[in-house]
Design a protein around this ligand. Structure first.
Ligand code: MLC
Ligand code: AMP
Length: 482
């Protein structure tokens, strides 16, 4: 139980003049972060927003953005993080589905503007300024069951779903993991991840803040910026496999030595190939700690801080998590699990199972195998309709729906093709209408979705292979898209 403040922000209230955030050469202390975020909470109150209202945060990694985020959490305003690279239909869906009454944006988002009338919009800088001019205190009295965030994640049906996390689920999930990884206020955490998914936002940013650690926020990932951060005293770096791949391709000896000074490098959101873990170890002397998680459950499996970190495996349950393997599918029951999908009882009914003793399990859809000592290996995904590209989860259905709208296309299946840098890349297998032609460039121009969802390959076929029930056999296509 807690005292009505957000447990994730206790350290923010208590750490005074110690540095909390370093971005673009600017440093904000915990006291400043505390003060400014209290101001944002007050500004939100002035604008009529209170507990349970939703605010969409269309944020790049900026200082003002983080202040606004914490201000929302203090006011009890539910944070809906949105990828600033989203295009019209993606944005419109998240705004409508979440029922956001305010959009907070770091910089004017052109795609949002193009949508026309919608929720009120305010710049993150303007909101921080409004807060600075407001003397009132407006923190909400929070309970563990109060909603804190709706994090949208792709489903197999095409429409993304909001994972409704509470004050309690975020606090429990983050606390368990940070304790396991030994994160303390002596750490400086490099955050090069986007702040609109659980990895960058909940694990890396809120994780560091909750422990009183300093965050070095990188507005954009690059190998050079990570090496520079390590040289400037960072101790922890959290990554996705694409970042490790790029680091390995770019490191000189000095860079490798700088990374060697990190006490902890974690990796997840997609499978880290065992050879990358070994190559990184050989180059820097650091053995990457791989862990596994989901937007719905936060991080549930991890290799250990002390002891063997197993290449190609995601480790054991994080304290507070129990696992089951049912027909090769991983089920988890975890303190960090979301309350529900937002307004989607149908999806909840499919995803959650309550057992005979009342324990609630989340069906991950990931296919796993266990080593003899219980160490978990992710060996695949139950559905061919989900891809992981650069750590982003994509719905093939969402991409197919766009491609189906092209006049040259008779039928299409989107599949993931193995890619050394991105994990998978988006491949569109298309059967054209009689006499029609289509190039990859034409197809890419037609797909109005975030850049990462655009097809990178086009394979033309006479007809898609279907089984006796008429369902496209994606596994066959994936094995041999041509
Ligand atoms: C995208 N691009 C590709 C491509 N896919 N190019 C070649 N092949 C592909 N398959 C290009 C686009 O054209 C575009 O180019 C750019 O990449 C846009 O993608 P980006 O993702 O912004 O790229 P970049 O800036 O290079 O960054 C790479 C990255 C980034 C790895 C740093 O993708 C990233 O931050 N990924 C992390 C995602 C994440 O946080 N996932 C966590 C989800 S939570 P251009 O021209 O714009 O450069 C979760 C739970 C858990 O999974 O367990 O954590
Ligand atoms: P998301 O919905 O974006 O949170 O993505 C969650 C999915 O990412 C999981 O269901 C897994 O498929 C995948 N994932 C996360 N971490 C790992 C990992 N270390 N290895 C393999 N897959 C992972």
């Amino acid at each position: 139980m807690h005292d009505g403040s957000n447990p994730l922000l206790r350290a923010v209230h208590a750490r005074g003049s110690r540095p909390a955030l370093v971005v673009d050469g600017l440093t904000l202390s915990f006291a400043e972060l505390d003060d400014r975020s209290a101001g944002v909470a007050a500004a939100l109150a002035h604008r009529g927003l209170g507990k349970g209202d939703r605010a969409a945060l269309v944020l790049r990694s900026s200082l003002d953005g983080v202040v606004c985020l914490l201000g929302c959490l203090r006011r009890g305003v539910v944070v809906v993080p949105v990828n600033p690279g989203y295009q019209g239909a993606e944005l419109a869906h998240v705004l409508a589905d979440s029922g956001a009454v305010l959009v907070i944006e770091d910089e004017a988002c052109a795609a949002l503007h193009a949508l026309g009338p919608g929720p009120a919009r305010v710049g993150s800088r303007a909101l921080v300024d409004e807060g600075a001019a407001t003397a009132d205190a407006a923190d909400a009295a929070l309970h563990e069951d109060d909603l804190a965030m709706l994090i949208y994640t792709s489903g197999t049906t095409g429409r993304s779903k909001g994972c409704a996390h509470t004050v309690g689920s975020l606090a429990a999930g983050v606390a368990a993991l940070m304790a396991l990884w030994g994160v303390t206020d002596a750490d400086v955490v490099l955050n090069a991840l986007p702040l609109f998914h659980v990895h960058g936002l909940c694990v890396c940013l809120l994780g560091a803040l909750s422990r009183g650690a300093c965050t070095r926020l990188l507005p954009r990932f690059s190998p050079e910026a990570v090496v520079d951060g390590a040289r400037r005293g960072a101790t922890v770096f959290m990554s996705v496999p694409t970042m490790i791949h790029r680091l390995l391709g770019a490191l000189d000896d000095d860079g490798a030595a700088a990374l060697g000074s990190l006490r902890l490098v974690t990796c997840g959101s997609a499978a880290l190939p065992a050879e990358q873990l070994r190559a990184f170890e050989a180059r820097t002397g650091v053995t990457i700690l791989e862990r596994y998680g989901m937007s719905e459950t936060l991080i549930t499996l991890s290799n250990p801080l002390e002891g063997e970190r197993r290449a190609g495996a995601v480790g054991w349950p994080v304290p507070g998590t129990a696992i089951r393997v049912v027909d090769d599918e991983l089920w988890v029951s975890s303190a960090g699990a979301m309350k529900a999908y937002w307004n989607r009882p149908d999806a909840d009914a499919e995803a959650f199972v309550t057992d005979a003793v009342g324990q609630r399990w989340f069906r991950t859809g990931d296919v796993v195998a266990l080593d003899d000592d219980g160490c978990v290996r992710v060996v695949g995904r139950a559905s061919q309709d989900i891809l992981k590209v650069g750590g982003y989860k994509l719905s093939t259905r969402e991409i197919e729906e766009q491609i189906e709208g092209h006049p040259a296309v008779r039928e299409v299946a989107v599949v993931g093709v193995a890619d050394a840098e991105w994990g998978e890349r988006v491949c569109a297998v298309v059967a054209l209408r009689e006499g029609a032609t289509l190039t990859l460039a034409e197809l890419q121009a037609h797909v109005k979705l975030a850049e990462v969802k655009r097809p990178r390959e086009l394979v033309l076929v006479d007809a898609l292979p279907r089984n006796a029930l008429g369902k496209v056999m994606k596994a066959a296509l994936k094995a041999r898209p041509d």
